[in-house]
Write a protein that binds this ligand. Structure first.
Ligand SMILES: [Zn+2]
Length: 80
Protein backbone atom coordinates (compact mmCIF):
# COMPACT_ATOMS: atom_id res chain seq x y z
CA UNK A 1 0.00 0.00 0.00
CA UNK A 2 1.47 3.33 -1.03
CA UNK A 3 0.74 6.71 0.50
CA UNK A 4 1.13 10.33 -0.54
CA UNK A 5 4.68 11.59 -0.09
CA UNK A 6 4.95 14.61 2.21
CA UNK A 7 7.90 15.92 0.18
CA UNK A 8 6.74 15.74 -3.46
CA UNK A 9 3.00 15.26 -2.91
CA UNK A 10 2.79 12.23 -5.20
CA UNK A 11 1.52 8.78 -4.34
CA UNK A 12 4.40 6.33 -4.12
CA UNK A 13 5.67 6.46 -0.56
CA UNK A 14 5.99 3.32 1.53
CA UNK A 15 6.80 2.72 5.17
CA UNK A 16 9.80 0.54 5.97
CA UNK A 17 11.06 -0.46 9.37
CA UNK A 18 14.63 0.56 10.07
CA UNK A 19 17.08 0.79 12.94
CA UNK A 20 18.02 4.32 14.00
CA UNK A 21 20.66 5.46 16.41
CA UNK A 22 20.67 8.65 18.41
CA UNK A 23 23.02 10.35 20.83
CA UNK A 24 26.55 9.16 21.54
CA UNK A 25 28.62 7.97 24.44
CA UNK A 26 26.39 7.69 27.53
CA UNK A 27 23.34 9.01 25.66
CA UNK A 28 23.75 6.55 22.78
CA UNK A 29 20.56 4.68 22.02
CA UNK A 30 19.66 2.31 19.21
CA UNK A 31 15.97 2.05 18.31
CA UNK A 32 14.78 -0.87 16.19
CA UNK A 33 11.65 -0.99 14.04
CA UNK A 34 11.40 2.76 13.39
CA UNK A 35 8.91 3.45 10.57
CA UNK A 36 10.76 5.33 7.83
CA UNK A 37 8.75 6.70 4.89
CA UNK A 38 10.58 6.22 1.60
CA UNK A 39 9.27 7.69 -1.65
CA UNK A 40 9.94 5.93 -4.94
CA UNK A 41 8.98 9.06 -6.91
CA UNK A 42 11.42 11.59 -5.48
CA UNK A 43 13.78 9.23 -3.63
CA UNK A 44 13.33 11.07 -0.33
CA UNK A 45 13.14 9.21 2.97
CA UNK A 46 11.86 10.86 6.12
CA UNK A 47 10.25 10.33 9.51
CA UNK A 48 6.77 11.66 10.24
CA UNK A 49 6.19 14.17 13.05
CA UNK A 50 4.37 11.42 14.94
CA UNK A 51 7.40 9.11 14.62
CA UNK A 52 9.74 11.87 15.81
CA UNK A 53 7.50 12.46 18.85
CA UNK A 54 7.56 8.74 19.63
CA UNK A 55 11.37 8.68 19.36
CA UNK A 56 11.52 11.61 21.82
CA UNK A 57 9.21 9.71 24.16
CA UNK A 58 11.43 6.59 23.96
CA UNK A 59 14.54 8.71 24.66
CA UNK A 60 12.84 10.32 27.69
CA UNK A 61 11.75 6.93 29.02
CA UNK A 62 14.85 4.99 28.00
CA UNK A 63 15.54 3.71 31.53
CA UNK A 64 12.27 1.81 31.47
CA UNK A 65 12.06 0.97 27.75
CA UNK A 66 15.61 0.13 26.76
CA UNK A 67 17.34 -3.20 27.25
CA UNK A 68 21.10 -3.55 27.33
CA UNK A 69 22.45 -5.85 24.68
CA UNK A 70 25.98 -6.61 23.52
CA UNK A 71 26.29 -6.10 19.79
CA UNK A 72 29.23 -6.24 17.39
CA UNK A 73 30.05 -2.79 16.04
CA UNK A 74 32.10 -2.15 12.90
CA UNK A 75 33.25 1.06 11.27
CA UNK A 76 33.14 1.26 7.50
CA UNK A 77 36.65 1.27 6.10
CA UNK A 78 38.50 0.60 9.33
CA UNK A 79 38.61 -0.35 12.98
CA UNK A 80 35.64 0.23 15.29
ZN1 LIG B 1 8.21 11.99 -2.91
Amino acid sequence: MTMVCAVCGKRGARVRRATRTCGNGKTFLLIEGVPVVRCSRCGESYLTAQTLREIERIKQDRRRLARRRVVPVARFGGMA
